[in-house]
Design a protein around this ligand. Structure first.
Ligand SMILES: Cc1ncc(C[n+]2csc(CCOP(=O)(O)OP(=O)(O)O)c2C)c(N)n1
Ligand SMILES: [Mg+2]
Length: 357
């Protein structure tokens, strides 16, 4: 019996801005110059607070911190593509977009300083708390997207995760379910090539992560994640499609974690210097600056002012963090449950006795 073709798929990759700051005019999304400068400011702000957080941790003023260095273009590009009513469902390396969506930076810092109140955002901020259990947030993204669909809300759920999380069953269940029920979810994979010390080729034998979308019947695209214009263009297309009610989609943004996994890691033990240097040359911030300078939209004076403003704003957020009233010890129990189970009540009482004695 001759075989018949039942399915064929093509996975596309989008690149617009190269490492020298040149753009492919035919692919360039419409975006006015002041917006482009804002994108740059957003990315520099992220780099500034990321660097500050690492120092705070080294000084014993922060519990731990997962750096976002190198991944700023994904977060700035997707943030710009999102609408006011859209929901963000982050994993744990999304501080940049969380802040752009309205989460106060001092609360992001508080979370990583071990303070439960750091997960309690102002009511109007449509953002879920950080999800450390790898992959769990994908399911929340599907759930929120289903709820938005059932309520016929003019909003989409944008959920993030890493390359490593695509090996979890949660990812496959979430994307499959989203496809079947046509939820209003956009999945964004920050493929930074590493899951702590495990490289991408140990996560999948597939050529790309984007192609996994095809197996679940939804569109998937790969973008250069260090190219803010490509991210913005792909995210806009995906979000608008989902907003129109045409179902979920998936974006694989290929990037690189320039820093350690967290402050508890030393990436030089498992990654080569050459690999790091190669990716430092593809720095998303450097690339956008080259473009802006080339277009006459940016100069050294503006850079100096921006760096000063960013540093002083971040310092203000550190001050706000350190001026928070001390956390009550029982918060670690009460913030977790609506109704405390008896064994937790017992633990809480034992802790309080300990603290008071
Ligand atoms: C269910 C679960 N297993 C293991 C861990 C420990 N862990 C924390 S982050 C991480 C790697 C995640 O890699 P990836 O999804 O690529 O995200 P990245 O850290 O690179 O942003 C692991 C294994 C965890 N937090 N949760
Ligand atoms: Mg990763």
């Amino acid at each position: 019996m001759p075989r018949t073709k039942v399915y064929e798929a093509v996975t596309e990759r989008l690149e617009i801005l190269d490492t020298e700051g040149r753009v492919d005019a035919a692919l360039m999304p419409e975006i006015d110059p002041s917006r482009t400068r804002d994108l740059y400011r957003d990315m520099v702000l992220m780099r500034t607070f990321d660097t500050k957080a690492l120092k705070l941790q080294r000084q014993g003023r922060m519990g731990t911190w997962p750096p976002i260095k190198g991944q700023e273009a994904i977060q700035a590009g997707v943030a710009l593509a999102m609408g006011d009513n859209d929901w963000l469902i982050p994993a744990f390396r999304e501080h940049g977009i969380m802040v752009l969506r309205g989460v106060p930076l001092h609360l992001v810092f508080a979370y990583w300083a071990g303070d439960e109140r750091g997960s309690s955002y102002p009511e109007e901020v449509r953002c879920f708390p950080v999800a450390v259990p790898v992959g769990s947030q994908w399911q929340h993204g599907t759930g929120v997207g289903l709820s938005l669909k059932l309520r016929d809300e003019d909003a989409v759920a944008v959920t993030f995760g890493g390359d490593g999380s695509t090996s979890e069953g949660d990812f496959h269940e979430a994307v499959n379910c989203a496809g079947v029920f046509g939820t209003k979810t956009v999945f964004v994979i920050q493929n930074n090539q590493w899951a702590i010390s495990v490289p991408l080729h140990r996560q999948t034998a597939a050529e790309t992560l984007a192609q996994k979308a095809h197996a679940y019947g939804i569109p998937g695209i790969q973008v250069d994640g260090n190219d803010v214009f490509a991210v913005y263009a792909a995210a806009t297309e995906a979000i608008e499609r989902t907003r129109r009610g045409e179902g979920p989609s998936l974006i694989e943004a290929v990037t690189y974690r320039l820093g350690d996994h967290t402050t508890a890691d030393d990436a030089s033990r498992y990654r080569s210097e050459e690999e790091l240097e190669e990716w430092e040359g593809r720095d998303p911030i450097l690339r956008l600056r080259r473009y802006l300078v080339e277009q006459g939209l940016w100069d050294d004076d503006q850079e100096t002012v921006l760096l000063e403003e960013a540093a002083s704003w971040v310092d203000g957020q550190v001050k706000a963090l350190e001026e928070m009233e001390p956390q009550a010890p029982e918060e670690i129990f009460t913030s977790m449950y609506a109704a405390l189970p008896p064994h937790v009540v017992e633990q809480m009482q034992s802790l309080l006795e300990e603290v008071r004695s």
